[in-house]
Write a protein that binds this ligand. Sequence first.
Ligand SMILES: NC(=O)c1ccc[n+]([C@@H]2O[C@H](COP(=O)([O-])OP(=O)(O)OC[C@H]3O[C@@H](n4cnc5c(N)ncnc54)[C@H](O)[C@@H]3O)[C@@H](O)[C@H]2O)c1
Ligand SMILES: O=C(O)C[C@H](O)C(=O)O
Ligand SMILES: [Mg+2]
Length: 651
Amino acid sequence: MMRQILYPFHILIISSEASSPAQNQTMPNYFLHRRLSLSLINRLKHCCPAMLSQARQLFTTHEGNRPTIVQKRSLAILQDPLFNKGTAFSMTERDRLDLRGLLPPTVVSPEQQIERFMIDMKRLEVNARDGQSDPYALTKWRILNRLHDRNETMFYKVLIANIEEFAPIVYTPTVGLVCQNYSSLFRRPRGMYFSAEDRGEMMPMVYNWPADQVDMIVVTDGSRVLGLGDLGVQGIGISIGKLDLYVAAAGINPQRVLPVMIDVGTNNEKLLNDPLYLGLPQRRLDGDEYIAIIDEFMEAVFTRWPNVIVQFEDFQSKWASKLLQRYRNTYRMFNHDVQGTAGVAIAGLLDSVRAQGRPMIDFSKQKIVVAGAGSAGIGVLNAARKTMARMLGDNESAFESASSQFWVVDAKGFITEERENIDPEVLPFAWKVNEASRLGLREGASLLEVVQKVQPDVLLGLSAVGGLFSKEVLEAMKKSTSTRPAIFAMSNPTTNAECTPDEVFSIVGENAIFASGSPFKDVVLENGQVGHCNQANNMYLFPGIGLGTLLSGSSIISDSMLQAAAECLATYMSDDEVMKGVIFPSISRIRDITKKVAAAVIKEAVREDLAEGYRDMDARELRKLSQEEILEFVQKNMWSPEYPTLVYKED
Ligand SMILES: NC(=O)c1ccc[n+]([C@@H]2O[C@H](COP(=O)([O-])OP(=O)(O)OC[C@H]3O[C@@H](n4cnc5c(N)ncnc54)[C@H](O)[C@@H]3O)[C@@H](O)[C@H]2O)c1
Ligand SMILES: O=C(O)C[C@H](O)C(=O)O
Ligand SMILES: [Mg+2]
């Protein structure tokens, strides 16, 4: 009789403590429960061992996964953002980890923590937003950064749950402002800094990083941060921002990411003269000296973490492609501005063909004017030409005729073969002088002249020049031969966008397709419909490329893997969406997109026989997986910000 009464009562106590860590219980309540609970366990132990084991089972089921073993206690754990839960530490955990007295007595749930955080953040927003720019952006970044410093799990919970609102803070455009002001914003270090002064020391230095396992490194030398130029050591912000998205979008475990800054000096006079500048106060190293440093860094990180993936980010175009060619066949690396941007642009360009109600294969007939022939522009041009050539038969003549679909304009104007000291990478896109003159164009012609003469289907900007697509240029786009002229103002941050969506829809027309690198708000058109602002940003690809490479176990990142990622993104949008001018998904879908892109990358790595498997999933097993099973495998390996149960154990 006694057993029958005790049994449900006991389970109730155990499960309530386990599942909802004594939410909002004050100390006395908690102790009462705990005392009851312990005494009942003792009684059960003697009178009914079977019941006890059932109760324990229930306890374990409620706790979910196995606990995380930590070698820290007390203050050390509260100061460790990877393990910290703040006021969400349950009372039992507080006891186990010597936290009693170090936290206010009320235990709150993770949901309540986020609610409190968001209320705080929203307070700032009263009268704060003025259209495109947000005067409180930097303050919000600071608040988020402080949260990142004290509780990683909660930071990612907040970021994922509010990705539309906070991606523009941790990523473009605000991250640009953060990099510009980094020396004064600096509070706590994050990531690693390798400088020219560390020559010969990088190998042992790598072992200063506490994590034995690192999956993703994003490295920059700060030489071309977004469209903001050389920001020297302050470029670390861009590596941090990209990795925030790796965790939020791809579910890479935050304990296994490493933002890196390689400081070889800066040519930015303002920084060199700034006494508060935190980087090496010297001009940038160049030539062999520069390469030797990057070589040493690569050797060091791949020695300690042979399976790491290194994403090169925001290297000036002078070095971007050279370093890519130097390392891409030896190391698991890619240059995201060159390769990721290309994929995103191709996906958008293919969807703008669909938006005209035409088949994707008609992409090969599109006339494309590109403003900007730097690392991003050249990456897009090469990938677009390759895509067209494949559609036209994939032979040399297909390549030739594909080249004549592009008109490239840089800081010196329209590029022909007459250009002095032409960059060999641009040469394949330079027009023959006589063919250009047949169109009424000459070397150095202005963007406006080119648009007037060519009447392109697409005008794509990767120039880093805000407002480059002037009223006159957009007026000229009205004569585009396309039924839905596409204008891609891809430069970052917002101030560098070549034009705004309002300008496009009001000048070019309501049928236009608009995409920008940094986010803009949709526009209400005169006809009452919505003019969609698509965000053509490589954030839709890099998390999936990284995750797919990691899970496939491929030791390199091949062109076909990148192509598969781009094609996956291009087909992500439904016909219905595309016809409405929505050619990129909303960022709120980024985890789903990333999962699919990663699956496409894995599939391609398997097809190319590059996949070597990941953990228990060896290459043979991976080859047997269906599409659905690959997606499941990806999903299973994506980290989610949930508090694990912590248990203390000495080293
Ligand atoms: N949306 C994205 O996903 C994405 C990805 C990568 C780069 N970007 C942006 O693209 C921009 C360029 O990046 P990059 O690495 O190629 O830089 P870069 O410095 O290598 O190249 C800039 C190019 O623009 C040209 N240019 C300058 N003034 C011009 C003008 N008045 N008219 C036409 N061309 C002009 C330069 O000659 C050069 O060819 C940056 O703003 C960057 O933020 C966006
Ligand atoms: O960082 C971005 O937002 C995109 C791109 O990598 C850039 O350099 O602008
Ligand atoms: Mg970049």
